[in-house]
Design a binder for this molecule. Structure first.
Ligand code: ADP
Ligand code: MG
Length: 347
């Protein structure tokens, strides 16, 4: 495997009238060629800002206060905003929740894809047009010739997201970042878009970072999962490790609180409390106040990563050798059985 991207100790701050919001508080992860890494966590945990920093897309009041983003031997955290443009939208592309905001409403979609193709491929206009038709087809849209001439409003939400994916592919990216790309879509369309991303990923070997607040969608698509809470990654591992051997009580909560069509009411669980205010993050483990298994040390010191396997790490004091052994609650165990029946394992 070849390492594509490495993020080390990334810290992102936002200046506000009330003080400094610490959106990322020392985030580490890496992405290999051809793999899909899912970043999951409740809303506000810092997922979007982490990848926006990689893209050089932080809002004006935001800045990287520490850390490195290593891509192609360069630290994207340190290079000028202008230089990031060399990578953003070519080597590294991002698709968002709302496809309509990525498309120009006044331009036919064929032209929008064509612009990307011409910008990123050294080919003639005629060849480029053929490539556009091919791309429209590749993302699963019929009648490419007819669709070429239509405007975004003539497409459904799912179809628009397919167009955005076609534009992303036209750039021949090395890294595709998907920030909740299916959240605005209904369940059936959601599944189709996920299948499409997975299929394209297998074909092009693009490295994918897939962000979602919904653990359910990652089972089918991710190779590895990073669980984020209050600006930190608290557990990461292969998808099977996170689904079938989760160690962090926050991961347990996420797994158990996922809405699911065939689970009974008593299986449904809600993580108590709310995430901390990142204007003033607590000392120690930010999850402690919501953690029924919290110990004194949780309120004093942030836990280091404890090794569960060569590929699985968890930042919870519960994994310390002198901590009491606790097992996931029954609702979580039931979920794990259900997931195993439904998704099987990757081994
Ligand atoms: P997620 O994608 O996990 O839902 P985000 O990464 O968008 O969360 O946000 C992380 C934190 O950063 C949140 O507390 C959010 O309110 C804060 N934040 C994001 N953008 C800004 C901004 N421009 N100014 C101040 N705070 C911001
Ligand atoms: Mg987000």
């Amino acid at each position: 495997m070849t390492e594509l991207l490495e993020v080390r100790n990334l810290k992102i701050n936002f200046k506000t009238d009330d003080g400094v919001v610490q959106a990322a508080r020392g985030v580490n992860f890496s992405l290999e060629k051809g793999e899909t890494l899912a970043i999951v966590g409740e809303s506000g945990s810092g997922k979007s800002q982490t990848v926006r920093a990689v893209m050089g897309l932080l809002a004006d009041n935001g800045y990287i206060s520490d850390g490195e983003i290593i891509y192609d031997g360069l630290d994207l955290a340190k290079i000028d905003k202008q230089d990031i443009h060399k990578y953003r939208g070519s080597d590294i592309v991002m698709i968002f929740q709302d496809p309509i905001s990525s498309l120009n409403p006044t331009m036919i979609i064929g032209k929008q894809i064509l612009e990307a193709v011409l910008l990123h491929n050294n080919i003639s206009k005629k060849e480029a047009k053929n490539k556009v038709l091919q791309l429209i087809n590749q993302v699963g849209i019929d009648e490419p010739e007819k669709r070429y001439k239509q405007y975004p409003h003539q497409f459904s939400g799912g179809m628009r997201q397919r167009i955005v994916i076609a534009i992303a592919l036209a750039c021949n990216p090395k890294i595709l970042i998907c920030d909740e790309p299916t959240t605005a879509l209904d369940v059936t369309i959601q599944a189709q878009i996920l299948d499409l991303i997975k299929e394209l990923q297998e074909k092009t070997k693009v490295g994918v970072i897939f962000i979602t607040h919904d653990l359910g969608v990652v089972a089918n698509i991710a190779d590895r999962v990073a669980v984020m809470y209050a600006g930190k990654i608290v557990e990461y591992g292969k998808v099977d490790e996170i689904f079938y051997n989760p160690k962090h009580p926050y991961t347990w909560g996420l797994l158990a609180s996922m809405p699911d069509v065939d689970s009974s009411e008593e299986d449904l669980y809600a993580i108590p409390g709310t995430p901390p205010n990142l204007l003033n993050p607590p000392i120690g483990d930010a999850f402690a106040v919501r953690n029924e298994y919290a110990m004194d040390i949780d309120f004093e010191e942030h836990p280091p990563f404890f090794k569960v396997s060569d590929t699985h790490f968890c930042a919870s004091w519960l994994l310390h050798e002198s901590a009491p052994k606790v097992n996931p609650p029954k609702a979580v165990l039931n979920r794990m059985i259900k997931y195993k029946e439904r998704y099987g394992t990757n081994e």
